[in-house]
Design a binder for this molecule. Sequence first.
Ligand code: ACO
Length: 335
Amino acid sequence: MKRTIIAGMGHYVPENVVSNHDLSKIMDTNDAWIQERTGIKERRWVSAEGEDTTSGMGTKAARKAIADAGLEPSDIDFIIFATLSPDYYFPGPGVQVQENLGIDTVGALDVRNQCSGFVYGLSVADQFIKTGMYKNVLLIGSELHSGGLDKTTRGRGVSVIFGDGAGAVVLQGTDDQTKGILTTKLHSEGKHAKELALLGPATSRWVDRIIEENDPEDMSYYPYMNGNFVFKHAVTRFQEVIHEALQDVNKGPEDIDLLIPHQANLRISQYVQAKMGLAPDKVFNNIMKYGNTAAASIPIALSEANEAGKLKKGDLLCLAAFGSGFTWGSALIQF
Ligand code: ACO
């Protein structure tokens, strides 16, 4: 059986920086509140006159990851695209990347697991590569949140948290059993589906009903988040699923060289780090600069950590995510 390695990484974020101070000009919020609760100082939001889209940002990150792997787009034999903010309700953005990169008619799979989407996609890619079905899988996480947020005081509990951006990796098989993905763990708990969700439009509220109910106060077009409830579940599930993966390969938290958690909230990352007894420098965070970019947060952080020289050959890398669904997952990778 092959092992799956990360052969290339890349990320792209829009140029437009939106600071907490900028937000305080359009809604009743302030830098101290946002930093104290979330650690976020600024985020990137696509500019209205710009051309960035979820698929477009994903394509830019993908080009970098493919080049980083020393490959051409034509070498990619499968595409996986994780997002909660696709360009269209359907089709998903995977096919747009296939077209943008001029790749032959390879399969393109869209993953709809929100903040856990990248870890879910990684697990799917791992199964394809281990069995030898595909050789070079392109996995992308990309989000354009800013177009769908309520940027008034009414939506401030959600809108200050989320940012735009994309990250990508190229995954390859190797016969070298000393490196690569050791294990992945995936979970879900649908009874909490509405605690972190965007409910309309949807097939349960299809177009005729939306038009009938066209109420300017209808909040179902905006993401809803039960913040305290999400926080409590996130800190528990992050720890559980990391321990589950470690146990699977007979390792402990002390073996982790770098943990890259989904960048949900700096306070969540710090809580998990402290509870697991990890030194602060063993956990990589960049939410301060980008906000929460959902499915894009892990691949952006991974690419930045790698560029910063924080990943060395032989390191044990742990990825972990929690998000809407609820869904959560983890991966352990011998670098
Ligand atoms: N600026 C200023 N005041 C605000 C803002 C804001 N942006 N947002 C809310 N407030 C006010 C509220 O209206 C409320 O005022 P009130 O007391 O007069 O009613 C007060 O601040 C406290 O609001 P809470 O929602 O109770 O604030 P809390 O301390 O719980 O912090 C937060 C909110 C940051 C969302 C917190 O619940 C949290 O961190 N939750 C975790 C969820 C999370 O991080 N999700 C990330 C996305 S999900 C994911 O990726 C898994």
